[in-house]
Design a protein. Structure first.
Length: 281
């Protein structure tokens, strides 16, 4: 079922909220063939509660590294990440990541995968079963609760990964190219479903993608990364109602604007041996 929302009213409400996350002057170097390479050069980003922010940029620009720093999986050389005003210094249960591969446990059933984090947090069995059932139903997986991961399609596996993340009730949901390995039909379907889930749960989402069309369909804001050394070149706000569909021609103006900003960055990326055809799909 599709839900039409008053987009302007929703955005006005969200923008009145306090910042839930701030990235301040994030700098990160990597060792490359014995030399220090500057990957992130003072990245700044402010995210409000309930925002859906997409990060897009050429291959190798550091989008995933930046997401890992937000998640506490990597440490910046300088700068800081603030969650509700407090520094993030390591893994925080209020920030949950969904990876491209899903990172599911093949020896566990679907419901056991969804409940895994809750079990580690020592949530009582009855309560975690209630929570997992809720999100299995939301992701249309309740009929597959006792199936194993190898019995599911790639798209269904990503639904399990999203359900597992939502079950932990994070303040911020990080998504690192979760639809990149999916066929176009499944990806289009999941983009609609994710929008509806976002509207229903009101979670704050930061979503990394190579795909410009995907960023426009999903994001309230699209933060465009420069090629290395990387920082955010520009943010573009997508003022358009939801759910958004791939075939909606009205979204093309946003795609063209983002691609215009990325043109020179992609050229620099290709000089380093990267191919960014996905940006244009």
């Amino acid at each position: 079922m599709r839900v039409q929302v008053d987009y302007e009213m929703a955005r006005e409400k969200q923008m009145s909220n306090q910042s839930i996350l701030q990235a301040k002057n994030i700098v990160k170097h990597f060792d490359h063939n014995g030399e220090s390479m500057l990957a992130l050069d003072g990245v700044n980003l402010e995210v409000h509660e309930g925002d859906f922010v997409c990060l897009v940029g050429p291959s190798g620009c550091g989008k995933s590294t930046f997401l890992n720093i937000i998640a506490g999986l990597e440490t910046p050389d300088s700068g800081e990440i603030l969650l509700s005003g407090k520094p993030v210094t390591g893994h925080d249960a209020k920030i949950i990541m969904v990876f491209q591969e899903g990172a599911l446990f093949p020896w566990l059933s679907v419901i056991d995968n969804v409940e895994f984090g809750l079990k580690m947090a020592k949530v009582p069995k009855n309560k975690r079963n209630q929570i997992s059932q809720r999100y299995l139903e939301m992701m249309q997986l309740d009929k597959f609760a006792n199936s194993y991961i190898h019995q599911l399609s790639t798209g269904m596996r990503q639904r399990v990964a999203i359900a597992r993340a939502l079950a932990m009730d994070p303040d911020i949901l990080l998504m690192d190219e979760p639809f990149a390995a999916l066929d176009s039909q499944t990806r289009d379907m999941l983009m609609v479903e994710l929008q509806l889930i976002w509207q229903k749960t009101k979670k704050t989402i930061i979503f990394v993608t190579h795909n410009v069309s995907e960023s426009v369909i999903l994001g309230d804001r699209v933060a465009i990364f420069k090629h290395r050394p990387s920082k955010i070149k520009r943010e573009i706000r997508i003022d358009y109602h939801r759910p958004r569909l791939v075939e909606d021609q009205n979204l093309l103006k946003y795609q063209h604007e983002i691609l215009g900003e990325l043109k020179d960055e992609v050229k620099e990326s290709m000089k380093d041996g990267y191919e960014d055809l996905e940006l244009f799909n």
